[in-house]
Design a protein around this ligand. Structure first.
Ligand code: PG9
Length: 626
């Protein structure tokens, strides 16, 4: 059906003298279209029907493969962002990243997951696989199975092979299709997938809650369609600070009516509800039969944990699984809702269009190989990773890159950072006062809410960190300018030896590339402080993610902070820098710094100032490439 192209007036009630110039029915001339766009309801095994859009080139020289995306974000409306829905040419009509597929005559399918937009059934956010958390007969893996089964049997002229692809939630639905996969599913490209919502994707990072989740859950679960939360200010910092606790904010928007929301904030520790859904753990217990290309963005502001974690398991399962790491914000390589090229991010220029590279050199050849048996011109490396700093693509046989070894860089007196281990007896420290009434903003204010049309949320991870260096509650340590390049290619951990006068505390560690004061070819980067990896640990989980424990006031304790992977070269003349702070607001909710059972419900009087000490000899473990 070409629903979008039909026209015509509704039945006229008018007695006007002249007849309406809008005919009762208008039929567009679809013979000029080189494709068809069909909307179907596909039945699942429990009788629920899922709304599905099928784009198909009209003149297929041979049976064609199918590529599917399963989404909570409106299959019907998909092409209105970066496609031109009324174009008679398929490659122009579809969302931009589908153009290469349509150019090659693929059949492209979008489907609403159960319960969202045009699909029937109940919506459960990131519905767990059948098992302890889902006693029912269906999940996203059975829905993927049933859909693929229907498509290969009912779409004329398909070649019996199906690929699945998607970003984020759709990356997660792509991963779900790998469990008990349909035999026709021959390739999967899960991009920036949500994998573990507690350890480091979307909702929490190492136990610290991310309030933007509140905006997301409101958008997704107050209506079957989408619905923006009323924010009431152009600065999310102000909105959240005035509201009080996370629950105060949510309650003020009536979110206590939303089951998905309650599930998030009422499970603040890493209990079964999180562990039994962590996709990396589930993948480790299954044997994936479908060749899978995992896509990760170095500057993914939403899901920057899961992709390397899943690949760590998949690479044990065979050479057919690959990883590509690009210098991308969340989904930048797949521009279906934005028109941002992959040649830059914020002030950073990459010297080539990395999105074009991904679509034509990575995504398309992977599908061509597995869905059409077209072997790539030369053997494909298992890992392709864009190295920031040098701005070059690198090929590796595994991830972290072979030859990587851990080197500790130590925080020392006078704000210095050094590869030389300090005197073990040193008991010196730096201190700051962390005040929950004045948390460190994660960006320069105003911090636009995600629903504002001009938000630059996607690029915040490359924001210059200089404005925060001068805050009295941010500690900064920097190395001497480097004489030799230092390349990182893997995961990062920090170990802080720290104390607090409170009974709970957050610890934020930011690893930064501090540029020389003058950069000849890009003067705007002179003195720039580029974060290459940064994360937070909620101190109550320092001993166990599963059980929150108060911190003993004034005791010097080790805190191990898991941080995102980096693939970055600190060039000669640059300095390695580390910043430490105890709030990052409102990216993370405020730790009251007194112990309360659930921080989301902290009463106003629980928020107290605390004096924090960071002991010299604390370190960051860097994955240094020889
Ligand atoms: N990061 C978003 C998300 C994924 C999964 C669950 C909830 C949110 C997304 O961009 O889809």
């Amino acid at each position: 059906s070409f629903a979008l192209l039909a026209g015509g007036a509704q039945a006229s009630q008018s007695n006007a003298a002249l007849p309406s110039e809008i005919p009762e029915h208008f039929e567009a001339n679809i013979s000029i279209f080189d494709y068809t766009r069909e909307e179907v309801m596909i039945p699942m095994r429990d009788g629920v029907k899922l709304f599905t859009v099928i784009w198909k080139p009209k003149h297929l020289a041979a049976p064609a493969p199918i590529v599917i995306t399963r989404t909570p974000y409106d299959a019907s409306n998909r092409q209105t962002y970066t496609g031109r829905p009324r174009s008679p040419t398929a490659t122009a009509a579809v969302p931009m990243p589908d153009a290469p597929l349509l150019e090659k005559g693929y059949i492209r399918v979008y489907q609403d997951v159960r319960g969202k937009h045009g699909s029937e059934g109940n919506y459960v956010m990131t519905l767990p696989l059948r098992g302890p958390l889902n006693p029912g007969p269906v999940d996203q893996s059975t829905d993927a199975y049933d859909t693929i089964d229907w498509l290969v049997k009912n779409v004329p002229n398909n070649n019996g092979r199906v690929g699945i692809i998607g970003v984020s939630y759709e990356g997660w639905t792509s991963l779900m299709a790998l469990f008990d996969s349909h035999p026709a599913l021959k390739a999967a490209i899960p991009m920036n997938a949500m994998v573990d919502g507690w350890v480091g994707d979307d909702w929490y990072h190492n136990g610290a809650f991310r309030p933007f989740s509140l905006e997301y859950v409101y958008r997704q679960t107050t209506l079957k369609g989408a619905n923006e939360i009323p924010m009431g200010s152009r600065d999310a910092y102000i909105t959240y600070l005035r509201a009080g606790s996370t629950n105060d904010m949510a309650k003020s928007r009536n979110m206590d009516q939303l089951p998905a929301w309650k599930k998030l904030i009422d499970n603040p520790a890493y209990t079964q509800i999180w562990q039994a859904q962590a996709v990396d753990k589930l993948i480790a217990r299954t044997s994936v039969k479908v060749p899978t290309l995992i896509v990760h963005g170095l500057f993914d502001q939403e899901d920057n944990y899961g992709s390397p974690a899943v690949f760590a398991e998949l690479q044990k399962q065979g050479a057919q699984n690959q990883l590509v790491i690009g210098p991308w914000f969340h989904g930048q390589q797949d521009p279906w809702f934005h028109t941002y090229s992959g040649s830059h991010l914020g002030a950073l220029q990459w010297n080539s269009d990395t999105t074009h590279y991904f679509l034509y050199q990575v995504m398309l050849p992977f599908f061509e190989q597995h869905l059409r048996d077209k072997q790539p011109a030369s053997p494909t490396p298992r890992v392709r990773a864009f190295e920031t700093g040098t701005n070059e693509w690198r090929s590796y046989s595994q991830w972290p890159a072979p030859g990587v070894s851990t080197r500790k860089i130590y925080l020392e007196a006078n704000g210095t950072l050094s590869f030389t281990a300090p005197d073990a007896k040193a008991k010196s420290f730096d201190e700051y006062v962390s005040d929950p009434a004045k948390p460190v903003p994660y960006r320069v204010q105003p911090i636009l809410p995600n629903d504002s049309h001009d938000t630059t949320w996607g690029q915040w991870l490359v924001d210059d960190q200089r404005p925060f260096e001068s805050r009295p509650d941010v500690l900064t340590y920097a190395s001497e300018p480097l004489k030799e390049p230092v390349t990182l290619a893997g995961g990062i951990f920090a170990e802080l030896h720290a104390s607090t006068t409170g009974q709970d505390s957050d610890w934020v560690v930011k690893l930064i590339d501090a540029y020389p004061e003058e950069v000849p070819l890009t003067p705007e980067l002179g003195g720039y402080q580029l974060m290459v990896s940064a994360d937070i640990l909620r101190g109550r989980y320092r001993e166990s993610y599963e059980v929150a424990k108060p911190i003993k006031s004034n005791a010097t304790l080790p805190y191990r902070v898991r941080m995102p992977h980096a693939n970055h070269t600190f060039l000669p003349g640059h300095r390695i820098m580390v910043q430490i702070q105890s709030s990052w607001f409102p990216l993370y909710d405020r730790n009251p710094q007194t112990f309360v059972p659930n921080i989301a419900y902290a009463p106003k009087d629980a928020y107290k100032k605390a004096t924090q000490r960071i002991y010299h000899g604390s370190f960051v473990e860097l994955p240094v490439l020889k």
